[in-house]
Design a protein around this ligand. Structure first.
Ligand SMILES: CC(C)(COP(=O)(O)OP(=O)(O)OC[C@H]1O[C@@H](n2cnc3c(N)ncnc32)[C@H](O)[C@@H]1O)[C@@H](O)C(=O)NCCC(=O)NCCS
Ligand SMILES: Nc1ncnc2c1ncn2[C@@H]1O[C@H](COP(=O)(O)OP(=O)(O)OP(=O)(O)O)[C@@H](O)[C@H]1O
Length: 199
């Protein structure tokens, strides 16, 4: 049997931080951001489709996709973002399904999927429960600018390309408030997992 818990949030809301903690607790995390890198490695089907759609200008000299350049295109242009999503998302879903099934069939009882666009892409059918990693918009903006070295305008473009975290709150089965320090967040994660009989 086994169950799948979907971790979601917004850009820089703390999903990877929570996932790392869950990994330390011994759980398998299947990460959509990792998947979105793997499926556009040179030679993969989605790689060829991305190059065809966006042109060879988005390649680095050794042939890999220039993620900074592609990001600066798609976070400022909804049509281009939907074009990229249409190519990459089906391959990401497949990759995640395969990894998750492998973990479950090896006997793991709970596997976590880290999916930033879980609600935007209507992927709740892929998981049994949803856990939202929430921060206030000002904290999100500051953490994103710091982590990625972005200007306020660039960071806001990214935040605004996603469903507001306040709206995601209403859709999630449980919410972790990650505005405080990491220990406070870890305490909340443990509390919810024990409420859900996961630990
Ligand atoms: C645009 C790309 C090349 C930028 O790569 P980069 O390495 O800089 O960022 P990374 O992939 O680590 O994503 C960071 C965060 O950006 C946000 N994000 C990424 N893609 C999108 C998108 N299409 N729409 C909204 N937010 C997005 C997510 O919160 C994600 O966690 C890359 O994000 C991408 O290929 N995006 C399309 C696939 C996708 O939707 N990925 C998100 C999970 S499936
Ligand atoms: N509770 C916290 N206190 C202080 N800094 C934090 C906290 N949680 C996360 N951070 C920092 O905020 C930034 C974003 O966190 P993280 O990378 O976990 O977010 P994310 O949701 O996985 O982002 P993305 O999906 O966009 O990659 C990181 O630099 C991280 O170290």
């Amino acid at each position: 049997m086994g169950q799948i818990i979907g971790i979601t949030g917004g850009i820089a809301s703390g999903k990877s931080t929570v996932s790392l903690y869950l990994q330390e607790l011994g759980f398998t995390i299947v990460d959509a951001d990792l998947a979105s890198r793997a499926v556009v490695e040179p030679g993969e089907e989605a790689y060829h489709q991305v190059v065809e759609a966006f042109g060879e200008d988005i390649l680095l000299t050794e042939g890999n996709i220039d993620r900074v350049k592609l990001g600066s295109i798609i976070f400022n242009d909804q049509e281009k973002r939907l074009l990229l999503n249409g190519i990459v998302h089906p391959a990401v879903r497949n990759w995640m399904r395969v990894k998750t099934e492998a973990a479950l069939s090896s006997g793991e009882e709970t596997v976590f999927m880290d999916i930033p666009l879980l609600f935007e892409s209507k992927l709740t059918f892929m998981v049994d429960k949803t856990l939202l990693i929430y921060v206030d918009e000002q904290v999100q903006l500051e953490r994103l600018m710091n982590r990625n070295g972005l200007s306020e305008t660039e960071a806001l473009a990214r935040i605004n390309s996603q469903m507001p975290l306040a709206d995601k709150k209403a859709l999630a089965d449980a919410v972790i408030d990650n505005n405080g320090d990491i220990n406070e967040t870890k305490r909340q994660v443990k509390g919810i997992l024990s409420e859900w009989y996961v630990i």
